[in-house]
Design a protein around this ligand. Structure first.
Ligand SMILES: *Cc1c(COP(=O)(O)O)cnc(C)c1O
Length: 315
């Protein structure tokens, strides 16, 4: 079924299964972990990216655009999902990619091109200008009027989509959990999730970036915009930065790789190399340190990204 309305997306989110993940260490610490399998949301539009794109694509249409333009790297889950969505919703898509066109495209970009996305390769210096108004005007003069989606789908419309995921989780669990965890790149999903679940529930984001920069401030701004219409008590989100494993898309250390293999073997749940692996490593490490009381029931959001396993050394 093609999801056309917010209600249909909410219904699809309610149908996403929660899967118990048991490992020897979690059992020993008395922690009950459930993984919400948003990677199974859709075969092509998996994980958090579809939630982040949904209201952006609606806005593009309602504002009369027949084309969207966004940005990313050669393995970008965001561009992959955008290309799939643009194909499905019959809208043109331009993907602006950092660096020269390589002789061999990544599997990610091959899919994107096959779905009809036009790939535009720009120098690193140009790519760094991607938020400048002048440059964006030039791009549109070159490639046609386009609805712009920031890198990673990082805007308020993106967070609104993930808020629906939070509502669905609350309904599914009836609030019977201690905390919910999610990996963090731009933090858009963390902000949306925290605004979507019960405001008393701790939502913990595990950053995959080495330097936090403006991350916390951006999340705070986005979160407050989402909740300001409602009553605002206090932030229910928290950002943990100690489990980036060397930084974005870095080859995992031998011990992280061992953890990855062990987790997949014990639970049967595949993880992606950039995001979900680090969240689960973080959750497990904190559990081992006694961060959560025995008997705690935790939820981890599987944000997808499994397409990124191709071309990566995986267990
Ligand atoms: C993009 C992505 C994230 C990060 O989402 P943000 O909203 O940018 O924080 C997490 N997990 C996966 C698998 C992703 O592709």
């Amino acid at each position: 079924m093609v999801i056309e309305t917010a209600q249909q997306l909410a219904d699809a989110a309610l149908a996403v299964p929660l899967q118990r993940a048991t490992t020897a260490m979690l059992s020993k610490q008395g922690i009950e972990l459930w993984v919400r399998r948003d990677d199974l949301l859709d075969s092509q539009l998996s994980g958090n990216k579809f939630y982040k794109l949904f209201f952006n694509l609606q806005a593009a249409r309602s504002q009369g655009f027949s084309q969207v333009l966004s940005f990313g790297g050669a393995y970008s889950n965001h561009l992959h999902a955008l290309a799939a969505a643009a194909h499905r919703y019959r809208i043109n898509a331009i993907g602006v990619i950092r660096g020269e066109r390589p002789a061999h495209l990544s599997a990610t970009l091959m899919d994107a091109e096959a779905w009809g996305m036009k790939l535009v390769f720009v120098s690193r210096a140009e790519y760094d200008r991607k938020t400048e108004a002048d440059w964006l005007t030039d791009m549109q003069a070159c490639y046609g009027p386009s609805y712009l989606i920031p890198e990673g789908g990082a805007n308020l419309a993106g967070a609104r989509g993930v808020q629906l995921l939070g509502h669905a989780l609350e309904q599914q669990t009836q609030g019977d959990y201690a905390a919910v965890c999610i990996p963090v790149g731009t933090g858009t999903s963390l902000a949306g999730l925290a605004a979507g679940v019960d405001r008393q529930k701790p939502v913990i984001g595990f950053s995959v970036l080495k330097g936090a920069g403006d991350l916390g401030a951006n999340i705070a701004t986005c979160y407050r915009e989402l909740v300001s219409a409602e009553s605002y008590f206090a932030d229910n989100w928290r950002l943990i930065s100690g489990f980036h494993g060397g930084g974005y898309a870095k080859k995992p250390s031998a011990s992280l790789f061992e953890f990855w293999r062990g987790f997949e073997r014990s639970t049967g749940i595949p993880l992606d190399p950039v995001y979900t692996i680090k969240m689960l490593w973080g959750i497990s490490s904190l559990a081992q340190q006694g961060y959560w009381p025995r008997g705690s029931r935790l939820i981890a959001i599987h944000t997808g990204g499994l397409q990124g396993r191709r071309g990566f050394n995986c267990p």
